[in-house]
Every structure is written in structure tokens, then in C-alpha cells.
Design a protein around this ligand. Structure first.
Ligand code: FAD
Ligand code: MLT
Ligand code: ZN
Length: 463
């Protein structure tokens, strides 16, 4: 099948306006959010339904064109864009038109969404529904990240300590496999053990096994009584022990995040926000408790008092704008670092009990392997998840990435806590997955995608 035949077939399926071939229009889809990963694509195609997605997959398969599923393109490991110099021509399949938002089912506490719905659109829909229900996962890319992309990466975000990650919110999934066939479990059954969990396989598969078209989501009670606190402390170890106590004593704990003095100062410079506390602290712990009445705030304040924190080390907010301001110190780290240059982004986890020791060794490893670079650390401290950002080494220089990931693996951690493997981390998968693990992953990949056309080069290292 020639390129022009493929373009003609795709236009027949989705209409002229939804097949982009002009390189100027294609380019923004082919470069990732961090600007570290980019490649070239023949075209972008934008199906608007499950059936159109199936037809697009068949047409691309027949033409021998590799398919790169893309949602909001906020992924941070290069999985949503084509490779730089791939073996076969690429088509980016943009799923953002799969944006149906169905009615909230209040009794079952579920709803079905199209894969292209953004997290923010879902949040707004739930607020407007007046059902008193909410979605459990939240993250800073909410305005652009799609539910399909979030499931495909098994996104984590701020509330994992309370509700788990994306995988835990998907009651069911509908998807198109590389052979154009559909699998679907959208019945909304909480208990259904009839065989292998095929749709469940797609959580965290990063667009390599199937294209997610719809998701049946679990909802949780909307907790509007919220209290947020930013606490200045001496070191990571103090944050870890405070969070361990909070998990024991504050069942309403929903988020426990960590940032450091240098990162917070950069955020203030970039955003114009004032310093949050009367003096600077080496480390800051951001926590949020949530419930249905005001008791959580009282419990948190009592807890903080019982810990005996020094005067002026804590800022507390209970209303929207104040809470959002405290969150900005944490959430705006990503864009701040992007401003500094092309960051080497490593998203690692260790057991929380090892986090302080890990941090100490990490700083030394970065000092040795990327001398003169800027290291900005932050993360989801309750999950033992540290975001390691190194700005300085060139985009193609992996020395510091290698050293940090090896350190993480030596400490029994994971080389990807929540962002996925993408194209960025395939080389290091063997550090945390055995040969037989990787063989099984390849067997699954070959069984579902024998021609290897769905997001090749993502997740799995070359066989
Ligand atoms: P994309 O970037 O478009 O794609 C990501 C991967 O999923 C790719 O491999 C792609 O091929 C695949 N994919 C996309 N849609 C589909 C589909 N429908 N079917 C099959 N495969 C698909 N991540 C976290 O986990 N926690 C955070 O706290 C967090 N915060 C972030 C903050 C900022 C400011 C930014 C920029 C990113 C953040 N991320 C975070 C990373 C990113 O937002 C998430 O990984 C998100 O899940 C990606 O969604 P997306 O729609 O943009 O997917
Ligand atoms: C975060 O928690 O800030 C995100 O995962 C994004 C990032 O690591 O930059
Ligand atoms: Zn994160």
C-alpha cells in the first residue's frame, strides 16, 4: 500500500480535516513535553469513535505503518512520540476526539469516559453532576493529560497513598488490538473472575498492546472538607517519619509530598510566588487531609501540635485559594525545571524507609557523574517516589541516568515509579525485571502484535 493510498483510506474513515500530513501541523505531535524526545511521522490521524479507531488500525496495519497512540502528549518518557529515525514510517494516532463523557451512575459509583477525555474535563463533569462523587487520581497535567494516556501509563499522582494509581480506578476497559479487533469489559462488574484480565493488561502497557478507546471508572466520595499544610523540616528522614506517623494516626491523609529548598527557591523565582514561610528550610513536607466534615482539620492541627514543630515552620490552609497556593509550590516544579533546560528526568522509587539514605547517595552520584549540573528533587514521599531532575548534561548523554538508575536498583527500588518506561528507559529495564519477566512481556507483545507495529521501541528493549 502506498502512502497516498493510506492517506486516501484514512480520509475516508475520519474525514479530510482529521488526517494531518503537512509537516508544520504534524511537528507539534512529534515532539514530547520535555523536548528531549522527538521523531518524524508521516501523518497524524484523529479518529472520533471506537469503530473509526479499529478501521484506522487496520488501514495502518495493511500499509505496514507503525502506529503511535497519543493522548495529551504530556508523558515524560518519550512513549507518545515517534522514534528519531525508526525502521518503518510512523502514523501518530491522536485519541483526543474520543471525548465522550457519559452520565454518572450514582448507585454503582462509576462512569464511562472516552479515552481522550482530559482529567480536568472529567473533574468538571463530576462537579457539575452534583452527585457528590469524585475521581481519585489527580496530577498537575490535569488540563491536558487524557484518561486513556493515564491508564496506558498507569499514572500515579498525588493521591496514591489513599486510593492507589490509575489501574485501581479502571473497573473496565474497551480497546482495539493491533489486529483491529475489539476487547471490552464495560459492564461495570466489581466481581468478574471469568478468565485472564485482558483489559487489565493494558494498564501500564504504554500503547504497545492495544489502543484504549473507553474506560469504566470507579468513583469515590467527594471530600470537600480539606486542609493542606506545608511544613518546613530539617531533612528527608524527618518527612518520612512524620508521614509514617500520619498514616497511622490520620486516616484522612490523602497526599504527602516532598520538595527541597533549592527547588522551592527556583519555583518562587519562576512563578513570582513569595517564600511560603518566614524562613527557609532545607526540606518541605506538603500534606493534605480530606473528609466530609471539618473534623480532619482539627485532627491535623492536633497532630502537628503533638509533634512540637518549631514556631513559624508551618503554613496551613483550608480554603480553595490558600490551598491552591500551597500546592503551587509543589506542582509548579515540573514547568520550572523545563525552563532551566532539557532535563534528564528520572522517576524512581524505593521503600520509604530507605528514602533518606537513597537521597544522600543520589546527591553524591549526581555530583560525581554530572559535575556542575543542577539537581532538582521532589516527589511523592508517601509512596517512596522521588523525581530526580538533572539539568546540564546534553540530551544524548546518559551517564548520570545510568548511574542513578543503577543506584536505585541496588537499593531494591524501581527505575520507573509512575511515568513508565517509554523510549527513555528500555535500556535499563533489565535492572529491575528478570530475563524470564522480559521473555513473558515479549511473548505477550508478539501474541497481540505479531507485526510489531504498535508503538515499537516502547517499554521493551530489543529482543
Ligand atoms: P500521552 O503522553 O499522550 O501518552 C503516554 C503514553 O500512553 C504513550 O506511550 C502513549 O502511546 C500511550 N497512550 C496514550 N493514549 C493512549 C490510548 N488511548 N491507548 C493506548 N495508549 C495510549 N504522571 C504521573 O504518573 N504522576 C504525576 O504526578 C504526573 N504529573 C505530571 C505533571 C506534569 C506537569 C506533566 C507534564 C506530566 C505529569 N505526569 C505525571 C506524566 C503524564 O501526565 C502522565 O503520564 C499521563 O498519564 C499521560 O497522559 P497523556 O494523555 O498525556 O498521554
Ligand atoms: C510530578 O509529580 O511532579 C510529576 O510526576 C511530574 C514530574 O516528575 O515532572
Ligand atoms: Zn509525580
Amino acid at each position: 500500500v502506498t502512502r497516498s493510498k493510506l492517506v486516501k483510506d484514512l480520509i475516508e474513515i475520519v474525514g479530510q480535516a482529521n488526517v494531518l500530513t503537512d509537516p508544520e501541523l504534524v511537528r507539534p505531535y512529534a515532539i514530547d513535553w520535555t523536548k528531549r524526545w522527538s521523531g518524524s511521522a508521516e501523518l497524524v490521524v484523529r479518529p472520533a469513535s471506537t469503530d473509526q479507531t479499529a478501521e484506522v488500525v487496520l488501514a495502518c496495519g495493511e500499509a505496514g505503518v507503525a502506529m503511535i497512540p497519543q493522548g495529551g502528549n504530556t508523558g515524560l518518557v518519550g512513549g507518545s512520540v515517534p522514534p528519531n529515525g525508526g525502521e518503518v514510517p510512523n502514523a501518530i494516532i491522536s485519541l483526543t476526539r474520543l471525548n465522550s463523557l457519559e452520565q454518572v451512575d450514582q448507585v454503582d459509583r462509576q462512569l464511562t469516559v472516552g479515552a481522550g477525555v482530559t482529567l480536568e474535563a472529567l473533574q468538571d463533569h463530576l462537579t457539575q453532576s452534583g452527585t457528590g462523587l469524585a475521581f481519585a487520581v489527580d496530577l498537575a497535567a490535569r488540563g491536558t493529560a487524557t484518561l486513556g494516556g493515564m491508564l496506558a501509563t498507569n499514572a500515579g499522582g498525588h493521591h496514591v497513598i489513599r486510593y492507589g494509581s490509575m489501574r485501581n480506578q479502571a473497573v473496565g476497559v474497551e480497546a482495539i488490538l493491533p489486529n483491529g479487533k475489539e476487547i471490552s469489559r464495560l459492564e461495570g462488574l466489581l466481581k468478574d473472575n471469568a478468565g485472564y484480565d485482558l483489559p487489565g493488561l493494558l494498564a501500564g502497557s504504554e500503547g504497545t498492546l492495544g489502543i484504549v478507546t473507553r474506560i469504566r471508572l470507579r468513583l469515590v466520595p467527594r471530600l470537600d472538607a480539606r486542609v493542606t499544610a506545608l511544613i518546613g523540616v530539617d531533612a528527608t528522614a524527618t518527612c518520612v517519619s512524620l508521614v509514617a506517623r500520619m498514616r497511622q494516626e490520620l486516616p484522612s491523609l490523602e497526599a504527602a509530598e516532598i520538595v527541597y529548598e533549592d527547588g522551592l527557591n527556583l519555583v518562587c523565582m519562576h512563578t513570582g510566588l513569595p517564600l511560603p514561610l518566614p524562613r527557609s528550610w532545607p526540606t518541605y513536607l506538603l500534606i493534605e487531609c480530606a473528609g466530609i466534615d471539618g473534623r480532619e482539620a482539627g485532627q491535623l492541627l492536633e497532630f502537628l501540635e503533638s509533634v512540637g514543630l518549631p514556631d513559624g515552620s508551618t503554613a496551613v490552609a483550608m480554603e480553595g485559594p490558600g490551598r491552591q497556593r500551597l500546592w503551587a509550590y509543589r506542582e509548579r516544579h515540573t514547568e520550572t525545571v523545563n525552563r532551566l533546560g532539557v532535563a534528564h528526568k528520572l522517576d524512581v522509587s524505593v521503600r520509604p524507609s530507605l528514602l533518606a539514605e537513597f537521597e544522600a547517595q543520589l546527591r553524591e552520584v549526581v555530583r560525581v557523574h554530572a559535575p556542575g549540573s543542577t539537581l532538582v528533587l521532589w516527589g511523592h514521599v508517601g509512596d517512596g517516589n522521588m523525581h530526580v531532575n538533572v539539568v546540564g548534561p546534553g540530551p544524548g548523554d546518559d551517564t548520570v541516568d545510568d548511574a542513578v538508575l543503577r543506584l536505585t536498583a541496588r537499593m531494591g527500588g524501581s527505575i520507573s515509579a509512575e511515568h513508565g518506561i517509554g523510549r527513555a528507559k528500555t535500556r535499563w529495564l533489565h535492572l529491575v525485571r528478570s530475563e524470564s519477566d522480559i521473555d513473558v512481556m515479549w511473548a505477550l507483545k508478539r501474541a497481540l502484535d505479531p507485526a510489531g507495529l504498535l508503538n515499537p521501541g516502547v517499554v521493551l528493549p530489543p529482543a
